[in-house]
Design a protein around this ligand. Structure first.
Ligand code: PEP
Length: 264
């Protein structure tokens, strides 16, 4: 009994049977490897059903992938800076991301923890993405220590409040939130369906303090953290889980397609 989405995601409407399955390749794959993956996935689009499949590859592969991918496959930038252009060595701008991508991943836990990105910077990126017509996928989540200390809710609250500061009611309709407990990313430890649902329900509830209930009921919430083909089926049954953000298991087209099949 999932809620019925009538999500004005520009041109398409997300229905009951539609989940978002998101592949985060992180810093993996050469152009040749990326092309081989996409050719393989192109042959499996019949498995997508109503699902929205989003691939977030390294920047260096975006140009080639965009030329060969099936229209049903959408592209996402793994990160971006908030300025349009200038002396920001090593960064890419929203304008550059927009040349190939509809989406941009913002505030991934690896950006927060390895590259020390604070909530305030993440907020600037979210606002910049939205102002350029890119759809941000905002990642939030607690560390193992924070969970042990029963701080999960307060961490999520702080991250959401700060990262979505000044995001309007209209703009939030173009944002997805990914709940990614840091202790579950790349560790093989998955949140139980109950733990994930509890956090997702909390996020939805908390956001109704910032936005209208109607809007937040339609907000897409992804779960990320060691999702594999054997745990996807159980997780997706949860009412507030509308899709997955997948790292390790998204690198192999067959494993990734298995997850798509098991997420129905
Ligand atoms: C991620 O990249 O956000 C992620 C959830 O990775 P993994 O699936 O490998 O845990």
């Amino acid at each position: 009994n999932k809620i019925s989405f009538l999500y004005q995601f520009d041109f398409y409407i997300i229905g009951d049977n539609m989940n978002i399955i998101f592949a985060n390749w992180k810093m993996n794959k050469s152009v040749e490897e990326a092309i081989a993956f996409i050719n393989d996935l192109n042959n499996n689009v019949s498995e997508f059903g109503d699902d929205e499949i989003i691939i977030s590859p390294p920047f260096t592969t975006l140009s080639e992938i965009s030329k060969i991918k099936d229209d049903k496959i959408k592209l996402c930038a793994q990160n971006m800076y908030f300025e349009d252009k200038g002396a920001f060595t090593g960064e890419i701008s929203p304008l550059m991301a927009k040349e190939f991508c509809e989406f941009v991943l913002i505030g991934h836990s690896e950006r927060r923890h390895i590259f020390k990105e604070p909530n305030q910077l993440i907020n600037k990126k979210v606002l910049s993405a939205l102002s350029h017509g890119l759809k941000p996928i905002l990642c939030v989540g607690e560390t193992e220590d924070e969970r042990k200390k029963k701080k999960t809710d307060s961490v999520l609250e702080t991250q959401l409040k700060a990262c979505l500061k000044n995001v309007s009611e209209n703009q939030i309709k173009n944002v997805m939130v990914a709940y990614e407990p840091v202790w579950a990313i790349g560790t093989g430890k998955t949140a139980t369906p109950e733990q994930a649902q509890e956090a997702h329900a909390f996020i939805r509830e908390f956001l109704t303090d910032m936005y209208s209930q109607t809007t937040i009921r339609q907000l897409i919430l992804l779960y990320g953290g060691s999702v594999k083909s054997d745990n996807a089926a159980e997780l997706i049954k949860e009412k507030d889980i509308n899709g997955f953000l997948i790292g390790g298991a998204s690198l192999d087209p067959q494993l990734f397609t298995e997850i798509i099949k098991n997420s129905k």
